[in-house]
Ligand binder design. Structure first.
Ligand SMILES: Cc1cc2nc3c(=O)[nH]c(=O)nc-3n(C[C@H](O)[C@H](O)[C@H](O)COP(=O)(O)OP(=O)(O)OC[C@H]3O[C@@H](n4cnc5c(N)ncnc54)[C@H](O)[C@@H]3O)c2cc1C
Length: 288
């Protein structure tokens, strides 16, 4: 497996800026996220405070970011990372589609809207999963629930329905786009995940539903869940002025490290995080 110099999780301004700088500094870069970049960029109606690009739309800013990526030859690897482990000398990343390795890691995942469901964190890995591709096989012939936060997650529920005996889908958004008939849609809003009689219970305002496994699928995962051992400051990742986290070789930038939530602040921090990762790699190369 190829071991990249720098893996970057997130394709908003922070991650893109980090990728451009790391590539210019001659490092091998794995940029993980979406080819549509960030919805917080491309869906913005009007942006007035991005230096050098006055009065543009989010779509125009997204196109300018893409042009920067193209100019240095960085392509986005479209995958959602469900866990990143500090292996001592490198980071092992588990994606929905593949595994990856990199000597350093830059977290640029933005902020998750909303809170975790009560019980979600405690039951993670014990019947609650964030990754259908990784864990579907554990539920062959069993009953599972999928709590999906956007229509993008429907294909994961469809995939699970090929393996599990029964799949129930709780949409956390308005319009279902494309689910097979084999998936049962339940429109009650989940409020909590509990455990009883060896099964996970999805508790809603209307009642309680029991399953062998519950998949909670969002665009992003809280940073503490994503990288075990990462030190947080409230809901943000704790970093110093070089954007270094408490884990050696792991840096973070953008909204995920704190307020204010702004494009240009995120891009600036992405630049700093990349230069710090480059310095870390060079230091490691020259240390005995
Ligand atoms: C409607 C709207 C308008 C705004 N207008 C302005 C404005 O005019 N001016 C301004 O300065 N700011 C504005 N902002 C704020 C700005 O959008 C954010 O501060 C900025 O996008 C943060 O950049 P980021 O790179 O940190 O994160 P994001 O832009 O949130 O990007 C994070 C990316 O990481 C991806 N990701 C997350 N987790 C994973 C994972 N596990 N695996 C793979 N990929 C992952 C996400 O899908 C996303 O694409 C606006 C925000 C919104 C919502």
């Amino acid at each position: 497996m190829e071991r990249y110099d720098i893996a970057i999780i997130g394709t908003g301004p922070a991650g893109l800026s980090a990728a451009v700088t790391a590539k210019i500094r001659n490092k091998t870069v794995l940029l993980l996220g979406s080819r549509d970049l960030s919805p917080k960029v491309v869906k913005a109606h009007a942006i007035q405070n991005y230096l050098g690009l006055p009065n543009i739309t989010g779509a125009e800013l997204g196109a300018a970011f893409q042009a920067s990526l193209d100019s240095v030859g960085v392509a986005v690897t479209e995958d959602k990372i469900t866990a990143a482990y500090n292996m001592g000398d490198y980071y092992a990343l588990q994606g929905a589609d593949a595994f990856y390795e990199a000597s350093t890691l830059i977290l640029a995942t933005g902020m998750i809207p909303g809170k975790l469901l009560p019980g979600e964190e405690a039951l993670l890995g014990r019947g609650v999963s964030y990754c259908a591709t990784c864990d579907a096989a554990l539920y062959r012939g069993k009953d599972v629930a999928v709590i999906g936060y956007s229509a993008k997650e429907e294909h994961e529920a469809a995939f699970l329905s090929e393996i599990a005996a029964n799949v129930a889908y709780f949409p956390m958004y308005k319009e279902i786009e494309n689910l097979p008939d084999s998936v049962k849609i339940i429109t009650d809003r989940p409020k909590e995940i509990t455990q009883a009689d060896g099964r996970r219970q999805v508790v809603t305002g209307e009642g309680q539903y029991a399953y062998d496994g519950v998949f909670i699928l969002r665009d992003s995962i809280s940073p503490g869940q994503l990288v075990p051992g990462l030190e947080l400051d409230g809901s943000h990742v704790k970093v110093d002025r070089t954007m270094a986290t408490n884990l050696p070789g792991c840096f973070a930038c953008g909204d995920v490290v704190g307020l204010p939530y702004q494009y240009i602040k995120s891009a600036g921090e992405g630049n700093v995080a990349a230069l710090s990762a480059v310095q870390y790699l060079d230091m490691k190369k020259h240390s005995p």
